[in-house]
Design a protein around this ligand. Structure first.
Ligand code: ADP
Ligand code: ZN
Ligand code: ZN
Length: 738
């Protein structure tokens, strides 16, 4: 009686797995774990995934419903994917039924067939082969088509058309039994042979060669490598060659990159090297493309997948290596719903699969750095720039008491002029888009606060309007001050659009390219910009962190950082780490090729020890100091952190929810001593998008204690008696306090 029950995961926010009865006709061939099934759920039907086929907890048989349909005879997910999903669900405290849906592209989630596009094919029959064409003398087009079929044997509908065979002719041949029709999947990929790998590889320097050798030696072990190479040291070249070795063994590689904007560039570089064996995967692909990529990877037809965060779920037939490029990048962490870190899931995936993984960065995260210091990771250092160039020199410029030109000091303006006239490119970095961060009334001091957030609305131009970057609310600039009716407004502070206006006026002979998320909304627009930068003509590149990531700009000789202070005085203990990473990455765009580079760092407190450390030391020395600070403060990576946050339109309700949760938890079990609970406190930005957010941050020296506590709170959070008026979230290893 117990054998006819199976456990199914359904995509709903509940912790349970649900048991269903198997119809009799499936007893001999039950669906396997990882196959999709259609099941009734309440008064809906859902696409579920079989989890376990020997559930033995049948108690009240009448309670169970029958599964309606089995969608996949063979499971779509292999054991490793199921294991990864299970781990991620427990680690991030997120329902397994929802986690598992991340492993499928949208069309499979909806229950569509796991097939490539199907096309009609026409094939010559044996009758057609021996038929006397003289009998078709009065039907010349049929006769001609038959002749074509005799040489080609079969045509897809498309090719038949291309050969000039009309549908009517095909139908005539069909009705005479000279050809037959069938439907076949049309894979967009062909398995490549190894000869298509580019042989024009670069001659590696000693450090690069050592790194490649180490990677090649580790192909069958779960070794974690930190490829710690300064900006422009040829990290990509190193893992390209390691991947070459992997695919020559018939295995696949998965490369995670931080930003969708980097995908086309990265894909191009990989394609130059590996030809058509490479496929990119990211959210901008359409449903068909996503399914094709998924099928191609899981059937082993594609050797290399290069993609953003969500590619970590891509099933691969024979994965042999994972690379996480720019491993420190925050975009690897999903900020809502299932708050996973693709980097950390990649580490676990490599562990299950017993394969090597490479974390590459010029500015490794403190967690990764610490893991390498305690020898969990093997470090591969690249200390020189691959092109032979020097790292750029930093010059701090103090801003106190200086008159600025829309954020630029006189020195920076002069240097910009000098470099442009020499025919070079200049990069100006300001991590703030829009025209100005706020609008103020000069007569009464009114400020453009967002009604829905504890934040100012940013001034945007073209057309003039106010825009909240936290809740996306937009409105026209008020005609008169809402508080005193004056119309004496001032845009306060500056963003990239304002600096652009100034630069265009001041350097009218040179192009100014503003690159931020406002100017690169359109698909491919970033690529168009990057192509024009590559032409190498003198110009100014002005942008936000979009410009800091991974790009190779050989003609940039000067980088100007307008506001180095913004992260240093952050309420978040991770602020300094972020600033150091960002500054080092931006600075790393200068002088990457033949021409030496210079970095101007504008600051109101250039004597700040952290700024000094960045200028005179290195990211590495800066990060080691930070690690010491974290150690004494017992903050991550010297403790493990989770955050539970509540959201409600009423601040008290939100607060009480957290208080009640803590109380309920402590009734079940006394809080372990090694757990430090900070809060309940309002979030740093308490009001956001019209709701009030309260939170607790939990720190523990033991991952086990932390997760036991989270397990306990999770059962309380999912109890039917828990208030449904409050939205809540659990964030394990949060990346910011804000
Ligand atoms: P990173 O990934 O460390 O930023 P890249 O791999 O993009 O560095 O390399 C920076 C530049 O140096 C690229 O133009 C690349 O083609 C070039 N390069 C890399 N390795 C070598 C090498 N061994 N010899 C010459 N040029 C190299
Ligand atoms: Zn006013
Ligand atoms: Zn807002």
């Amino acid at each position: 009686m117990t054998d006819n029950l199976i456990e199914v995961l359904v995509p709903i926010p509940l912790l349970e797995k649900f048991s269903y009865l198997l119809p009799k006709k499936l007893y001999s061939n039950p669906p396997k774990p990882g196959s999709r099934v259609i099941v009734p759920f309440g008064n809906r039907t859902l696409v579920g995934v079989v989890w376990n086929t020997d559930a033995k907890q049948l108690k009240k048989p009448k309670k169970y419903k029958y599964i309606k349909e089995v969608l996949d005879v063979e499971p779509l997910l292999d054991k490793e994917s199921l294991e990864l999903a299970d781990w991620a669900s427990r680690y991030y405290h997120y329902p397994l039924g929802e986690v598992i849906s991340y492993f499928f592209p949208p069309s499979l989630r909806k229950g569509k067939e796991a097939k490539f596009l199907e096309t009609k094919f026409f094939e010559l029959t044996s009758k057609g082969e021996f038929f006397d064409r003289a009998e078709l003398s009065r039907a010349p087009s049929q006769s001609k088509a038959l002749e074509l079929f005799r040489t080609e044997k079969e045509f897809s509908q498309m090719t038949a058309k291309a050969y000039g065979i009309s549908t009517a002719t095909l139908n005539d041949l069909l009705s005479k039994g000279l050809i037959t029709k069938y439907v076949r999947e049309l894979s967009p990929y062909k398995k490549q042979d190894n000869s298509s790998v580019d042989s024009k590889k670069k001659k590696l320097n000693e450090e690069q060669q050592h790194a490649v050798n180490s990677l090649n030696k580790a192909t069958d072990s779960n070794t974690v490598f930190l490829l710690n190479g300064i900006t422009g040291s040829g990290k990509t070249e190193v893992y390209l060659q390691a991947i070459k070795n992997i695919i020559s063994q018939g295995k696949q590689a998965l490369i995670l990159i931080p930003e969708i904007g980097l995908a086309p560039q990265a894909e191009e570089r990989f394609k130059r090297y590996f030809g058509e064996r490479v496929l990119s995967f990211h959210s901008a692909k359409n449903e068909r493309e996503k399914l094709d990529a998924w099928l191609g990877a899981s059937k082993g037809l594609v050797d290399i997948i290069i993609g953003t965060r969500s590619s970590i779920f891509m099933p691969m037939k024979n994965l042999g290596l994972i690379v996480v490029d720019e491993e420190h990048d925050l975009s690897f962490k999903q900020a809502e719903r299932f708050r996973y870190s693709a980097r950390d899931m990649a580490l676990y995936r490599a562990k299950i699969k017993k394969i090597p993984i490479v974390l590459a960065s010029a500015t490794p995260s403190l967690e990764t750095l610490n893991n390498s210091l305690v020898n969990k990771y093997k470090v591969l250092n690249l200390t020189k720039r691959a092109t032979g160039a020097q790292l750029p020199k930093y010059t701090p410029i103090g801003l106190r008491g200086k008159e600025l030109h829309e954020g630029l000091s006189g020195e920076l303006v002069d240097l910009t002029e000098e470099e442009l006239t020499k025919g070079n490119q200049v990069l100006i970095f300001l991590n703030r888009r829009g025209y100005a961060p706020s609008l103020i009334c000069r007569s009464c001091g009114w400020v453009s606060n967002c009604e829905r957030c504890d934040a100012h609305m940013t001034v945007h131009t073209g057309p003039l309007r106010l825009h909240c970057h936290h809740c996306e609310a937009q409105k026209e600039k008020p005609k008169s001050c809402p508080s005193c009716s004056s119309n004496d407004f001032q845009s306060y502070g500056y963003g990239t659009a304002r600096v652009e206006e100034f630069l265009k006026k001041r350097f009218s002979k040179f192009p100014v390219l503003r690159i931020d998320s406002d100017t690169t909304k359109k698909k491919d627009s970033l690529n168009v910009y990057l192509d024009s930068i590559k032409e190498g003509k003198p110009m100014i590149l002005l942008g936000t962190q979009l410009l800091a990531k991974g790009h190779h700009f050989p003609d940039v000789t000067l980088v100007g950082i307008l506001d180095a202070d913004s992260g240093l005085f952050s309420a978040d203990f991770r602020g300094s780490e972020r600033v150091a990473q960002l500054m080092t990455q931006v600075a790393g765009r200068a002088g990457r090729d033949k021409k030496p580079g210079k970095v101007i760092l504008q600051s109101y407190c250039p004597e700040h020890p952290q700024i000094e450390e960045l200028i005179t030391g290195s990211y590495q020395s800066f990060a080691l100091n930070l690690l010491e600070e974290r150690k004494s403060a017992k903050t991550p990576p010297f403790s493990f952190q989770a955050k539970i946050q509540s959201e409600s339109p009423n601040s008290y309700v939100s607060r009480d929810f957290i208080i009640n949760l803590l109380e309920a938890a402590s009734k079940v079990k006394k809080l372990p001593k090694d757990l430090r609970v900070v809060g309940p406190l309002p979030a740093v930005m308490e009001k956001k998008s019209g709701v009030f957010r309260w939170e607790i941050n939990i720190f523990s020296g033991s991952r086990k204690s932390l997760h036991e506590f989270l397990d306990l709170t999770q059962t309380i959070l999912y109890m039917p008696s828990t208030s449904k008026k409050v939205r809540w979230s659990v964030d394990v290893d949060p990346i910011s306090l804000i």
